[in-house]
Design a protein around this ligand. Structure first.
Ligand code: NDP
Length: 313
């Protein structure tokens, strides 16, 4: 069983910023990035226009690569493997390679995952017309009609990306207004091939031979509506990815990991979980921005380094 003083689980801006801070404080970590999506959600985003320091914007994957390179420069090691289990009390984790790893401190920064609609057939139709990622799957719908479900910034981002490939994009919003920022809403309103339909709740996927062909909708007035769509992109928010530590660390009502004040110290009613720090979307029920996650990662890097310093003294 290898022993590492500091392990970071995650691959996005929180994990990578935590690595930069901890490494510079003399505690270079091992980062477990996961196999499926090393780099986190930013790797499936296109233009990032709101991360300070890039006046012309930057592509998500490029931003992540730069953060990885910066963390590596200070001695961070990357393991492209999944952590499959954590024993928080025993301070060990199991990796998809079969390795057991014991640690002195862990920074948990696993981010959040796309919320599902919960409709019949959603799982089976994923990859057969249903998708949660326009940048991953949008190009399969060149010249076709597609739909986006959701009214937040993610949905607008999906719609804008899809509008470049698809013939027509219908955005289905359950309420009577968008939740998205004005900047994103304005861009969507200005796009000639994006149509917004308000007061529409998805009731069922319409499929033919196992492929999506449309969505059956309920209108706010209680009537039915239908939208033809070869692709249905679901962008209705996300939930913190806390399954690995369920029942082992305290959670808030919103399902995020409970931390003390503005720190990354995991704690409930004054009871601290020793050596366990959390950062990024797993502790953030509200903002969920790359820059906020990065700031949260910096805090965790400093907290973990201080903890390891005390252990050694
Ligand atoms: P949000 O929680 O902001 O929005 C979710 C949207 O999905 C809302 O319109 C909500 O409707 C709708 N919704 C939720 N559940 C359902 C359902 N079951 N059926 C139909 N519609 C549903 O999530 P986002 O992922 O859009 O954004 C998360 C955070 O990330 C935000 O802070 C956002 O600003 C940020 N972000 C920023 C970007 C940028 O700046 N470029 C890009 C992407 C995200 P209702 O309004 O009725 O609740």
């Amino acid at each position: 069983m290898p022993h590492v003083p500091l392990v970071i689980i995650g691959a996005g801006p929180a994990a990578l910023t935590a690595a930069i801070y901890a490494a510079r404080a003399g505690h270079p970590p091992v980062v477990y990035t996961g196999i499926e999506q090393p780099g986190g959600d930013l790797t499936t985003t296109t233009d990032v226009d709101n991360f300070p320091g890039f006046p012309e914007g930057i592509q998500g994957p490029e931003l992540v690569e730069a953060m990885q390179a910066q963390a590596a420069r200070f001695g961070t090691q990357f393991e492209y493997a999944d952590v499959t289990a954590i024993d928080v009390a025993g301070q060990t984790l199991t990796v998809s390679t079969g390795d057991q790893v014991s640690y002195d401190a862990v920074i948990f920064a696993t981010g959040s995952e796309h919320r599902k609609l919960g409709l019949a057939g959603e799982e089976e139709l994923t990859g057969r017309g249903v998708s949660y990622c326009a940048t991953c799957d949008g190009m399969f719908f060149k010249g076709e009609r597609v739909a986006v479900i959701g009214g937040g910034d993610s949905a607008m981002e999906e719609a804008l990306f899809l509008a470049k490939h698809a013939e027509h994009v219908t955005v289905l919003v359950r309420g009577d207004k968008l939740r998205a920022s004005k900047a994103m809403s304005d861009r969507v309103n200005a796009a000639p091939n994006i149509e917004l339909r308000f007061g529409r709740t998805a009731e069922a996927f319409y499929e033919q031979d196992g492929m999506v062909e449309g969505v059956i909708l309920r209108t706010a007035e209680g009537g039915q509506d239908f939208v033809e769509a070869a692709g249905v992109f679901i962008a209705i928010g996300s939930d913190p990815r806390t399954q690995l530590v369920a029942g082992q660390v305290p959670l808030t009502e919103a399902g995020t990991i409970a931390v003390r004040g503005r720190s990354s110290v995991v704690s409930d009613a004054g009871h601290v979980v020793p050596g366990f720090f959390a950062a990024g979307d797993v502790i953030d029920p509200t903002y969920r921005q790359a820059i906020v996650a990065a700031g949260s990662g910096a805090v965790a890097g400093m907290d973990a380094a201080a903890y390891l310093g005390e252990l050694a003294s």
